[in-house]
Design a binder for this molecule. Structure first.
Ligand SMILES: [Zn+2]
Ligand SMILES: [Zn+2]
Length: 131
């Protein structure tokens, strides 16, 4: 979630949701949940988490968890969040917030589609070796 654009009025509901989100993200419980999420990833994959777009290293300290859905905010399922490096996370949000069509599609569907697109784009760029 990002700051509202200047001049853009937010509904009361959206402001309240944003406050709940900010409180949760700042909580010790969320930090414990991030640790639990990382441990669950290691159990499932046998590796440290990586950025699901570029494959770059992800750490509890330096990596982001992006919510595919806020449906279970505060008691997220493992699949409710994805690991992203900061630049890929910023890119995802730039795209998702660039047009209301993504929001209409639903956050989870939009996230998955954009992540897949960016991951393919990244892999293709690596394939042709132009950085
Ligand atoms: Zn990345
Ligand atoms: Zn995000």
């Amino acid at each position: 979630m990002r700051d509202p654009r200047p001049g853009l009025a937010w509904s009361r509901g959206r402001v309240a949701r944003r406050r709940a989100y900010a409180d949760w993200m700042a909580s010790a419980a969320w930090h414990r949940r991030r640790e639990a999420w990382r441990n669950q990833w290691v159990d499932a994959h046998g590796t440290e988490p990586f950025c699901v777009i570029c494959g770059g290293a992800w750490t509890l300290r330096g990596g982001d968890l992006h919510h595919r859905t806020y449906a279970r905010l505060g008691h997220e399922w493992f699949t409710d969040v994805i690991s992203l490096c900061r630049p890929c996370h910023d890119r995802l949000h730039q795209i998702m917030e660039s047009t209301p069509a993504w929001r209409k599609m639903g956050r989870r569907h939009a996230t998955d589609l954009i992540v897949t697109t960016l991951a393919v784009r990244h892999a293709t760029r690596e394939g042709v070796g132009d950085g």
